[in-house]
Design a protein around this ligand. Structure first.
Ligand code: CP3
Length: 354
């Protein structure tokens, strides 16, 4: 793969970046920083180019995707770009009747709850998402030494939207299926694992330097249920892309009790939300994995001094970790002041310069 650097091969443009070094747990010139949901509604230049273009349509336009993905790199000087898309894009691409409703999130017209429904989830082929490879080709040319992170939704989080029919607080239909029909549940997650793996392969083969699997809502589960009913599918996704040698990041919200299992599923980097300090997260994850996190995105609404103090606490907790990528504990909130993000990148870079 273009991303690997086996002996005797010239390194790719991004190979020596601080971000990829931290993912590999190698020494870094400074702690790398990027933000989940860094491209999007917090930026006026984003709102401008998105005017009149529905969210899912914007994801199919390579020039627009390229511009939106580059905006936070230009503005904040982050150490990595994240491909502008959404976790439901591969589902839309195989014909699932869903849309993203502004201010609501993904909504599925006919939820998936029976074995007959499952037959509607067909395989994803590269041709279904040809605009993704095209956009990544444009992007990597523009990004040069800045790595591009590809991503996908994890089987559980995708299933929660498909089974509920939209966003959910309690995931009651999802859990009813998981506990009530374990075989159908396992088959659904396995199907989603295959679609997700195919979608990540398209991104890596087009030039993504790392991938993140978002299992945003998996914190709703107890560890024993995660291990039994979800981990096999997520592990299948990680295993499917292991051969490319690109770092694999695994993230969820409210996953303090699951951190060890998120690593065990096959991640090289475990994302941590703000509820567990990074030194404690390192104990829970164990050796051999880098950590990513973990400033509470709401802290960015407080004073400069408060943000700097919290940043200092995180960097202190990360002292001595083998690999640390600074990030928020969840996505950038839409009304975040963009300058607060720019200052945060500068602050982390300055304080960790070696
Ligand atoms: O991080 C980035 O900058 C890349 C873009 C990105 C989007 N969605 C664009 C988007 C990424 C990485 C995602 C992932 C995503 N989508 C997740 C996992 C991350 C997380 O936050 O936990 C989830 C759960 C979704 C599902 C989803 N899509 C939600 C909950 C929403 C928000 C609904 C709303 O409007 O409040 C979306 C829509 C969405 N995805 C928007 C963007 C920029 C907003 C729609 C718009 O700008 O019109």
């Amino acid at each position: 793969s273009a991303n690997q650097n086996p002996a005797g091969q010239p390194p790719t443009a991004t190979y020596d970046s601080a971000f990829l070094k931290a993912c590999r747990r190698e020494p870094v010139p400074h702690t790398p920083v990027w933000f989940m949901r860094q491209a999007g509604r917090s930026l006026p230049e984003y709102r401008k180019v998105r005017e009149g273009v529905p969210m899912l349509e914007s994801c199919t336009r390579p020039e627009l995707v390229t511009e939106i993905t580059l905006q936070p790199v230009r503005r904040h000087g982050v150490d990595a770009a994240i491909y502008f898309s959404d976790i439901v894009v591969p589902l839309k691409a195989i014909g699932v009747d869903l849309d993203i409703k502004p201010g609501v999130g993904p909504v599925v017209e006919r939820p998936i709850r029976t074995r007959a429904d499952l037959a509607r989830l067909r395989d994803l082929t590269p041709e279904d998402v040809s605009y993704v490879a095209e956009a990544i080709g444009l992007l990597t040319a523009e990004l040069g030494e800045t790595p591009l992170i590809g991503f996908a939704g994890a089987p559980f989080t995708l299933a929660s939207y498909l089974v509920e029919g939209g966003p959910s607080r309690n995931h009651e239909h999802t859990k009813a299926l998981m506990y009530g029909d374990p075989q159908l549940w396992a088959d659904l997650l396995d199907r989603l694992a295959e679609i997700t793996a195919a979608f990540l392969k398209v991104q890596i083969e087009a030039g993504a330097s790392a991938v993140q699997l978002f299992d945003s809502w998996v914190g709703a589960l107890a560890p024993a249920d995660y291990r039994r009913s979800v981990m096999p599918a997520s592990a299948k996704v990680f295993e499917a892309v292991a051969g490319y040698g690109v770092p694999r990041i695994h993230f969820g919200v409210g996953t303090g009790e699951l951190l060890g299992l998120l690593g065990e599923a096959g991640a090289d980097v475990v994302g941590v939300d703000w509820r567990v300090p990074l030194d404690e997260a390192a104990r829970r994850v164990g050796p051999g994995k880098a950590l990513q996190g973990n400033l509470d995105p709401a802290v960015l609404f407080s004073s400069r001094e408060a943000v700097e103090a919290k940043t200092g606490e995180i960097l202190a907790a990360a002292e001595g970790l083998e690999g640390h990528i600074f990030n928020l504990g969840h996505g950038v909130l839409p009304s975040t002041e963009p300058d607060a993000l720019t200052r945060l990148v500068e602050d982390v870079h300055t304080r960790t310069a070696r």
